[in-house]
Design a protein around this ligand. Structure first.
Ligand code: UDX
Length: 454
C-alpha cells in the first residue's frame, strides 16, 4: 500500500463511457500518488464501485427518465445534464467539504470535473475548492473547438455536404467536413456546448489532457497560447493503470481473447465504433458483407443499440457467422485495451473516438477510420494525414470499398508501413510514462499544482 498524503480529490465524470474511462483512470493515477478519491457521479450510467474498491462513491440525482437518457440526441442530453445536475452537485460537494472539515478524514484538496460540465467551476469557487478539469478528447480537437468562432465567421460551419472536402486554409490538413457540427439544422446547439466548454476551461485552475507531448506537441503549444491556464498532458492514462482497471458499463465478453489466441499474428481486423455511434441496418449489412469480402479474420463489437435494431445481434450474426465458417467473432462488448494489445490484432476499424485512437496508438495498431461525430473527424484526420498511422474509409460504407481498405491495411505493404510508424509512436507512448518522460513530468507538475493550493 502506498502512502496516503492526507488530501482528498473529488472527481466528477460526464456519464458516457468515453468520459468515464479516462476519469476513473485519472482517479487510479492520483490514488497511486497518495490522494484519497471520491467519485461523484450521476444516477445515469453510474460506474460500478466494486471495480474500484479504493474509491468512495457518491451519486447525485440527475432526475433523468429513460427516454431523456437516450444517446440518440447527445447535444440535447448534454444540455439536460448541465441543467439538472447543477444544484444536486452543489449540495453534494458542499456536504462532502463540510463533513471532512476539521475531522480525521482527508480534507478536499480539489475538484476535477469533466470539461463539458459547465457549472462545476462556479460551484467550486463558491465553496472555495480549487477546480481543475479533465478534457477527455485530444489536443487537436480542443484547439479546433477553441477557434470554432473563427470557423463560424469564415462560413466553414455549419458544414454542408458540397463543401466537406474543401481544405481549411487556417488549419491544415483539416477539411471542412472534419470540423465538428452535430446537426447542420441546429448549429447553435453544438456552438453553445463548445463555447461553454471553452469558458469552463478558462475559469478552471488547469486542464488535464489524456495525451502526450511527443504525439501532440504543436497543438499543446497552440492551446497554451489560447488559454491562460496550465495544461497537464499526462497520457496515455490507461497504460498507467493495468488490465484490472476496467470501468466498462457493459459486461466484457472475454471469450474473444481465447478466440484471438487461436488466430495468426497480426491477422485480425478488430471492428468497434465505441459506446455511442450507431449505424443503420443497411450499413450493418454492408459492414458484414465487407468483412466477408475482405477474406480476413475479424472481431466485431456489435453493442446493443449500435445497429439501429437492438435485436440485430440476436437475429443475424449466427447466419452471418455460419456463412463465414468461423472466420469471425462477434461480441456485444470487448475488453478493448486487451484486444488491441493482443498479438493477433493487425488493424482497428474505428469511429475515431479519442480513447480508441490513443489506445490503438499505444499498442502500435494501425487504424481504418470512420469518424461519426464530435471530435472524431479531427482525430481521424490526424491519424491519416499527420501521424500517417491509418486510412480514411473514403468512398463510404460499401462492401467492396470496405474489403479493399481492410486488405490495404492487413495485407499490403502500405499497411505494413503504417504499422511501422504506429510502432514508433507506441514506443514514444511508453517512454513518456517512464521516470523523466514528458507525461511522468506532467503528472509531477499536476500533483505539485494541486498541493500548492492546500
Ligand atoms: C465519446 C466520443 O465519441 C469520443 O469522440 C470522445 O473523444 C469521447 O467520448 P466513444 O464514442 O465511446 O466516446 O469513443 P471512445 O473515446 O473511443 O471511447 C470508448 C471507450 O470504450 C474506450 O476506452 C474503449 O476502450 C472502450 N470500449 C469500447 C470497450 O472497452 N469495449 C468495447 O467493446 C468498445
Amino acid at each position: 500500500m502506498n502512502q496516503r498524503n492526507n488530501h482528498r480529490l473529488v472527481l466528477f465524470p460526464l456519464p458516457f463511457q468515453g468520459h468515464i474511462n479516462p476519469m476513473l483512470q485519472l482517479g487510479r493515477i492520483l490514488y497511486a500518488r497518495g490522494f484519497s478519491i471520491t467519485i461523484l457521479h450521476t444516477d445515469f450510467n453510474a460506474p460500478n464501485p466494486s471495480s474500484h474498491p479504493h474509491f468512495a462513491f457518491r451519486s447525485i440525482a440527475d432526475g433523468l427518465n429513460q427516454p431523456q437518457a437516450s444517446a440518440a440526441d447527445i447535444p440535447g442530453l448534454m444540455s439536460l445534464l448541465n441543467a439538472r445536475c447543477a444544484s444536486p452537485f452543489e449540495e453534494s460537494l458542499r456536504e462532502i467539504v463540510m463533513s471532512l472539515q476539521g475531522g480525521e478524514a482527508a480534507p478536499v484538496a480539489g475538484l476535477i470535473s469533466d470539461a463539458m460540465f459547465n457549472f462545476t467551476c462556479g460551484v467550486a469557487e463558491r465553496l472555495k475548492v480549487r477546480a481543475l478539469v479533465l478534457r477527455t478528447g485530444g489536443a487537436a480537437s480542443l484547439y479546433v473547438y477553441s477557434i470554432y468562432p473563427i470557423f463560424k465567421e469564415k462560413g466553414y460551419v455549419p458544414v454542408y455536404g458540397s463543401r466537406s472536402q474543401e481544405a481549411v486554409k487556417e488549419f491544415p490538413p483539416l477539411l471542412v467536413g472534419d470540423i465538428p457540427a452535430e446537426d447542420p439544422k441546429k448549429p447553435e446547439a453544438i456552438f453553445r456546448i463548445l463555447d461553454d466548454m471553452v469558458k469552463t476551461i478558462n475559469n478552471s485552475g488547469g486542464v488535464i489532457l489524456n495525451t502526450f507531448e511527443e504525439l501532440d506537441h504543436q497543438n499543446l503549444v497552440s492551446l497554451q497560447e489560447v488559454f491562460a491556464v496550465p495544461f497537464f498532458p499526462i497520457g496515455p492514462s490507461h497504460k498507467r493503470c493495468g488490465a484490472s482497471s476496467s470501468s466498462s458499463l457493459l459486461a466484457e465478453d472475454r471469450s474473444c481473447i481465447s478466440w484471438l489466441d487461436e488466430q495468426p499474428p497480426r491477422s485480425v481486423i478488430y471492428v468497434s465504433f465505441g459506446s455511442i455511434a450507431a449505424v443503420s441496418e443497411t450499413e450493418t449489412l454492408e459492414i458484414s458483407l465487407g468483412l466477408a469480402c475482405s477474406e480476413q479474420p475479424f472481431l466485431w463489437v456489435v453493442r446493443p443499440g449500435s445497429a439501429h435494431d437492438p435485436e440485430w445481434l440476436e437475429k443475424s450474426p449466427s447466419r452471418f457467422l455460419e456463412a463465414l465458417k468461423g472466420r469471425g467473432k462477434m461480441v456485444k462488448w470487448a475488453p478493448q485495451t486487451e484486444v488491441l494489445a493482443h498479438p493477433a490484432v493487425g488493424a482497428f476499424w474505428t469511429h475515431s473516438g479519442w480513447n480508441s485512437t490513443l489506445e490503438s496508438i499505444s499498442e502500435g495498431v494501425p487504424m481504418l477510420c470512420m469518424p461519426c461525430f464530435a471530435d472524431q473527424g479531427v482525430n481521424a484526420r490526424y491519424v491519416s494525414d499527420v501521424w500517417r498511422v491509418g486510412l480514411h474509409l473514403n468512398g463510404g460504407l460499401e462492401r467492396e470499398n470496405i474489403a479493399r481498405a481492410i486488405k490495404r491495411l492487413l495485407v499490403e505493404r502500405e499497411g505494413e508501413e503504417m504499422r511501422e510508424r504506429t510502432l514508433v509512436l507506441k514506443e514514444k507512448a511508453s517512454a513518456c510514462l517512464r521516470q523523466g518522460g514528458s507525461s511522468y513530468q506532467a503528472l509531477d507538475a499536476l500533483v505539485n499544482h494541486i498541493l500548492s493550493s492546500t
